[in-house]
Design a protein around this ligand. Sequence first.
Ligand code: C2E
Ligand code: MG
Ligand code: MG
Length: 741
Amino acid sequence: MATSKSTQGDWRKAHLFGPIVGLTLGVLALLVFTSALLVYRFDATANAREQHMVQHGFQRQIEELDKVVATQVGWDDAIKMLDHRQDGNWADFNIGNYLYTFNGFTHAFVVDGAEQVFYASFNGERAGLETYAPFAASAASLLPQIRKAELLRPPLRRRPGKNNLLIPPIQANTYARVGGRTYIVTATLVQPDFGVYLPKGPRAPVTIAAIPLDQAFLTTFGQRYLLDDLSLAPPGAALSPTGSLALPDTRGASAGVLKWNPREPSAVLFKQLLLPLLIVLGLLCVLALTMMRRSGAVVADLLASEARSKHLAFHDPLTQLPNRAMLFDRLHKLLGGIGSRGGHVLVACVDLDRFKEINDTLGHHAGDLVIAETAARLRAVCGEANLIARLGGDEFVVLCDKAGCADAEAIGENILKALSRPIQCEYGRLEIGCSVGTAVIDHAGVEPTEALRWADLALYRSKQEGRGRVSMFEPDMDKALQDRRSLEADLRIAMTSDQLRMVYQPQVDLGGNIIAVEALLRWKHPVRGDVPPGVFVPLAEETGLILPLGEFVLRRVFSDTRSWRKTRVAINVSAEQMRSRGFAAQVARLAAEAGIDPSRYEVELTETALLCDEPVTAGNINALKRLGFTFALDDFGTGYSSLSVLQRFSVDKIKIDRSFVNGLSDDGESEALVDAMIRLARALDLRVIAEGVESSTQRERLASCGCTEFQGFLTGRPMELSAVVALSGEDQAPGRALKRA
Ligand code: C2E
Ligand code: MG
Ligand code: MG
């Protein structure tokens, strides 16, 4: 049970924590993904821009170099000195030395209109023409472009006023790989500026200058464009989309690769964002943990309250025993099991015999103590293995799946023995006792309600047979119950039809004069015939029908006897009527309606009606006494009457039960008892009547003991109203003026 509870708890927690953990991980993943995407995009954009910047910057660098060379060879002197004269010294000073010293061109050459080199310099010094050979190929690739542009150039004409000719420079450049170094090679056509000197032929000389991409060049360029580790890799080096720039010659062959470390601004960004990011992550984790802890506590609370409500739903709060719902559930399973694996199930219904009295007289707290003690004793005697349930009130049920018919009685007797022991508590020694009914179900297909009904029928038999006993279910009990039910239904019908009537039995004095009559109810059933009051009165008491039935009797008797003058009338009233609130008021109302004198009427109560110290009963008795009714204690000697009861309720008369009168003919024991009863009555100043007097011997003996009133077949059987009226000399009432109940 504990394991399944904790498993259930784990399952719930997993269900609750799952989404929290999932959500947290999801948010984390989203954060990481978004950051990665941003970093990638950020870096990619920055690298593309850097790539573009380097490419563009390098182009600008070349253009600046071109401009330097163009300035040196774009004036009239250059035409004069290089085209007209081929002056080496002029070239040394203005080209070789100048370009080297101020711009770092290590090589400079001049070729004539026939593309023949006639000047060469290296590191600013005049050099042999053979130094041109390594650059000849590059120059050869550039010269056609120059010549083509030279051809397309507008004809050069001297302009009046010596104005500048405004001729744009004609240049071409390429990269070249020479002697393990990469050069920018620039070819520039020698042109006039003011046109004082014009080229002597159709083709002017061309200056070819080469500048190496050495460390100094790279450092200057790198610093200018903030490039880290700018370097030059040899041709064939791997190219990547970022951080490298190919340097092809005019034929597309690689002359080298510029390389640098692409900037990664995201790394900087990341470094700066790392701390806030970590703080956010930390907070997120703390939040998730807090939520998990809180929801863990909530789950624990929920489980506990669910367990509590489950327990409440299936247990009786007073005894903690399983309740009706759980009993039915278990019974259903056990009975279902009989079909699949055989065996049998014992159902025992237990009912406390005097619980209601305890509850009514000592209060509900005493009742609760009794119930709790009963539960404890049942647990002790039936063991934890069997299911003991409380159905409510003082009804208990024991289920046992290992007991067969042979054990049923023993189990029932054990329960009886355990509950028969008096309960010692703060209210003193309480004698409770119980009745038990058992049913053993040994075949499949029996419904739980049916099984319980069987055990209940057996319990009913126990109660009927005088309580404090065990009965086992027998199929004929079912029939008895059916009969009882149909009798009950018939009795209801009888009350509204003409099947009920009253008869009157005379009560005589020593001289045989009728001094009173006892009203007795009769039921003539159209099919069953005469149903004795000993059968239908207890049935009416059990079913609550006694209240309307009692009202019928009162109305009829008052109506029958209202014109009587001297003969008293005894009416039987059951304990249930006395216990009913408003009974005295009802009698008073009926008496007033009939116009009778209450002092001529005597209420006959049995001892059980007075046994329990019911405030309602006492109130009814006192109220009726105040109206003038007297009280007789019927069937005296058969119950539990005590002296105190006689005194407390101040009855006026006792009716010695017919069992004692009957015994008078046989033994002396009954005579002694009757004698004692009469003495007691005298001592308490009570009148005494003996009932069931059938013989004159009995009457004489009773008279010799001091009894002065007699009732029985000897002096008159119960008879119709007309007969008793005739005998008593009373007037017959003019008619039943009272309306029916
Ligand atoms: P009970 O009040 O003790 O009534 C006396 C019973 O003894 C009557 O039985 C009567 O017929 C019977 N009896 C009288 N004399 C003799 C005799 O000499 N020998 C024998 N063997 N019996 C005699 P009954 O009429 O069958 O009534 C039985 C019980 O039913 C009554 O006992 C009373 O407790 C109850 N009862 C009858 N009528 C009413 C009623 O109107 N209301 C209530 N609450 N109970 C009634
Ligand atoms: Mg009576
Ligand atoms: Mg009696």
